[in-house]
Design a protein around this ligand. Sequence first.
Ligand code: ADP
Ligand code: 5GP
Length: 215
Amino acid sequence: MEMSPHQLIQEQPPKPRPARPLMIVVSAPSGCGKSTLCNRLVDEFPNIVYSVSCTTREPRGGETDGVDYFFLSKKEFKERIKNGEFMEHAKVHGNFYGTLEDTILFAMEEGKHVLLDIDVQGVKQIRESLVRLDPRHPIRRGFTDIFISPPSMEELERRLRGRGTDSDEVIKKRLENAAGEMALASEYSFQIVNDDLEHAYHDLKTVILSGMGLT
Ligand code: ADP
Ligand code: 5GP
């Protein structure tokens, strides 16, 4: 049976695609509440997906390979660096972390907004590589960088201890790194203080919705 072009369009509706897929990059000192805020965002918006990073750190209780991270040995990680597979990579708190370029491209080709939870060094590398891209390149157009700060260092330490996932030694290292990370907050286009969780989430949503062109 012959089909009219109208029938074809009705039977194969195109996938809805955001006009401008965002690459949302969020950094914060560890323990600040970044995962709490970002998890809420991906729960509320099914078209925002996490970029799953690679890491050489040990999985924490409850973390799953391929979901929370791709947990790699140092040897595997270094091979991927050598093969040029990472969009960015960095040593953070003594372990290697990195974003595979394919992870970002696949998500954006699917028409998703992709959310990267990465440290300040990784964001710097991405900024440096973006300037070499054509201004109309989807990754350059969709780049949205956000820094989340704690209300104070005392509160940051309370949250790290309250989370109960890290040893004293790890907490000490994360607090030592926090000051250096916070000194780079002004390099980000958007800064949010996570004091009251509802206020911080509202601010985060405002930035994202405006980037999507929805406000
Ligand atoms: P990060 O991902 O930045 O390392 P988490 O999201 O794991 O941090 O949060 C660290 C701890 O702080 C968690 O126990 C979380 O419930 C708590 N937390 C997050 N945001 C707030 C907030 N605004 N006020 C109080 N506690 C918070
Ligand atoms: P955690 O060990 O708590 O999961 O993460 C520690 C730090 O590593 C966080 O600041 C997080 O943002 C950062 N991180 C996670 N994935 C990546 C990544 O792919 N690249 C970079 N540069 N940092 C990452």
